[in-house]
Ligand binder design. Sequence first.
Ligand SMILES: C[C@@](CO)(OP(=O)(O)O)[C@H](O)COP(=O)(O)OP(=O)(O)OC[C@H]1O[C@@H](n2ccc(N)nc2=O)[C@H](O)[C@@H]1O
Ligand SMILES: Nc1ncnc2c1ncn2[C@@H]1O[C@H](COP(=O)(O)OP(=O)(O)O)[C@@H](O)[C@H]1O
Length: 303
Amino acid sequence: MSFRQHSLHDCPAPAKLNLFLHINGRRADGYHQLQTVFQLVDHGDTLHFDLRADGLVRRTTIVAGVPEEIDLIVRALRLLALEFARRHGRPAPGVDVAIDKRLPMGGGLGGGSSDAATALIAVNHLWQAGLDRAELMALSLPLGADIPFFIFGENAFAEGVGEQLQAVTTRDCWYVVIEPGVAVPTAAIFSSEDLTRDTKPVRIADFSRHLVIQTDRKGFGKNDLQPVATRLFPPVAEAVRWLSSYGDARMTGSGACVFCAFSSELEAEAVLAKVPQVWGGWKAQSLQRHPMHALLQVGRVIE
Ligand SMILES: C[C@@](CO)(OP(=O)(O)O)[C@H](O)COP(=O)(O)OP(=O)(O)OC[C@H]1O[C@@H](n2ccc(N)nc2=O)[C@H](O)[C@@H]1O
Ligand SMILES: Nc1ncnc2c1ncn2[C@@H]1O[C@H](COP(=O)(O)OP(=O)(O)O)[C@@H](O)[C@H]1O
């Protein structure tokens, strides 16, 4: 990551995996209460920021299927600009955002959310807007329940709609991730009549204990969204079936991507080499912290 006075280039927006995802209930507004562990991995998008003098927030890269006006990056930065104006009594400086998009949309990897989080962290710094971590998290929540997690910046046990976060230690390992080539619309999964909505709540200690006592590499819990997604999207079911011969393969989030953990990079590489060519696939290492933390500590944006 290079730091220049008016720019921040090569800022990582890592993917997340949901190591398990339980649906415990439904709120009056229709949103679902869940419990999950978010795991950061070292594979994702890369963003670049250049200050503008005219107060505009612009995305300079074309992203297929995501017009600039609905991009979570642009929407998040416009919220930040409003907050800047409220605090400082003058309009925010503008910014150009370029993006190298690697994460598939509707993949359950949190790509759009991670992009928005990285943008908020970087531009809060570039503009010297002065929001602290909790304030950035609160600002982002109306745009998506996964965004606060990426700003939180550590692997987390999450409750509520995913916004109540506690840092959690997870296994250091390698993951093989399969992209089955379909985009799963999150809303379609949550609105299914078949969805299990009454999984009994667990405690963070149950997850942590499982890490210590597990003997068979079986992951903790399950993904309640998986049965619905695999029924609606057969390629997701096929990917789960294929990867299951190598370990406890699961879908992340509302899909479509499927992952499996391995102890070593070599094991992950061996499985990756066999992934059928009709699917995309990659390996990634678990991260314990968001890679933007290094920048944030240098910049003293987040304590
Ligand atoms: C499932 C998860 C797990 O990390 O991630 P993804 O798989 O999308 O990455 C998240 O909970 C995704 O949360 P969020 O990012 O807010 O989902 P959105 O795409 O905005 O939600 C689309 C729609 O799904 C429904 N929805 C979403 C979240 C939730 N807790 N309950 C819901 O009922 C709502 O109808 C909402 O309008
Ligand atoms: N910067 C962005 N990158 C990807 N998708 C975005 C972005 N901004 C808005 N979106 C919208 O969010 C939807 C979900 O994308 P994404 O966050 O990548 O998947 P998921 O929520 O399954 O992890 C996309 O289909 C797209 O319409």
